[in-house]
Design a protein around this ligand. Structure first.
Ligand SMILES: Cc1ncc(COP(=O)(O)O)c(C=O)c1O
Length: 375
């Protein structure tokens, strides 16, 4: 048997520094394990427990006749539907195999070895991965402290102050994952006026549909004033299509043109294209999901707080809760009862758990488990 080359030594140095995504649990096998015990309670990945519009299922059914064909590489019909929803031309839209893919492409297209990517401390984990993969220098600013009105939230003043001539890209989600925190549109405008026009700003709006605070609206309308702004959206959350992997960017056409050559030609699959289009067309279903999630979010937050646990304010479909030094034991005890929640040690928040807001009966099951475990 010939010696296996030292592939790590051969790899791109930036890639050598990365660790593979850790899914935490083998969900398919856990679904089987807990099938007869009330089912697995999947509260770890901020998915939508209400599922997609029934129109999605009909669209997928019709598309099954074309499984042996490649999908439309341009995704034209979906792009047109998204563009018309946002009142922009379709050349302002770029589709991705989830927004995750687009974040990687954005870094690949724009970031070089000596460029700085500016991030806030508790940002979504994909941003540092995308930046490190292209050899960027990561610069983190401190988030607000845990006793602030917006605990662990992004400090926009700190981000603006950390911009240097080497800053190429600033990324944040609003509202944010994993904290659930947010800032209002006026604060966003104030921040953007402090960013030089040649610095790209990615605003990730994966959870924007769940927002109830009138002070926060989408950054999409700000693109006219700030052409360096890129807005990322996904069909994985409120539209209930996490399994189909569809996301998009809204940005200047000349910026998106630079991502096109590195895009895999058929990056969004045929079922995903038709499903996303059908989901967009059903505003009533979306509103129903959003209303129910907002109600459950406030109900669950109040119930967990009544157990003496600090729960961060959230405008998303999940809650970040502080369980203290016993957190790993609590997570493990919930797991033994068939409830998956998200441990936060990888984010440097080992005393917190992130919990997806689910249906009332699922939330009640979680609460019963938590009560038993904490007692
Ligand atoms: C802030 C944020 N952005 C992007 C994503 C990824 O979304 P997608 O499923 O579109 O890749 C997530 C997923 O959890 C997220 O929390």
């Amino acid at each position: 048997m010939p010696a296996v080359p030292d592939f790590k030594a051969l790899a791109n140095p930036a890639i050598r520094t990365l660790a593979a995504y850790d899914p935490g649990h083998d969900i398919p096998s856990l679904r089987r394990r807990f099938a007869d015990a009330g089912g697995l309670l999947e509260l770890g990945s901020n998915e939508n427990p209400f599922g997609p519009s029934p129109r999605v299922l009909a669209a997928i059914h019709a598309e099954l006749a074309y499984l042996h064909r490649y999908p439309d590489p341009a995704g034209k019909a979906l792009k047109q539907a998204i563009a018309s929803k946002h009142g922009v031309g379709e050349q302002h839209i770029m589709l991705g195999n989830g927004s995750h893919e687009l974040l990687m492409q954005l870094a690949q297209a724009f970031i070089g070895q000596n460029d700085e990517v500016l991030l806030s401390r508790y940002c979504f984990a994909v941003y540092p991965i995308a930046a490190k993969a292209v050899g960027a220098q990561l610069v983190f600013t401190d988030a607000f402290p845990a006793d602030h009105d917006m605990p662990l939230g992004h400090d926009l003043d700190a981000l603006a102050a950390a911009i240097t001539p080497r800053t190429k890209l600033i990324c944040f989600a609003n509202p944010n994952n994993p904290t659930g925190t947010w800032f209002g549109s006026l604060q966003m405008i104030d921040f953007l006026t402090r960013v030089p026009p040649e610095v790209l700003v990615l605003v990730d709006e994966a959870y924007i549909e769940y927002v109830s605070d009138p002070a926060l609206s989408s950054a999409l309308d700000l693109r006219v004033r700030f052409p360096n702004l890129i807005v990322a959206r996904t069909f994985s959350k409120a539209y209930g299509l996490a399994g189909l992997r569809v996301g998009y960017l809204v940005a200047e056409p000349s910026l998106l043109a630079l991502l096109e050559p590195i895009r895999e030609s058929f990056n969004v699959n045929g079922l995903g294209l038709v499903a996303a289009q059908a989901a967009l067309a059903d505003a009533t279903h979306l509103q129903d999901v959003v209303t129910r999630t907002q109600e459950e979010r406030e109900w669950l937050a109040a119930a967990v707080r009544s157990m003496g646990v600090q729960v961060l304010p959230s405008q998303t479909n999940f809650l970040l809760a502080h369980f203290g030094p016993e957190t790993p034991a609590i997570e493990n005890a919930l797991f033994e009862r068939g409830a998956i929640v998200r441990p936060m040690a990888g984010y440097g928040l080992g005393e917190y758990l992130r919990i997806t807001v689910a249906t009332r009966s699922e939330n009640e099951r979680l609460l019963a488990g938590l009560k038993a475990v904490i007692a």
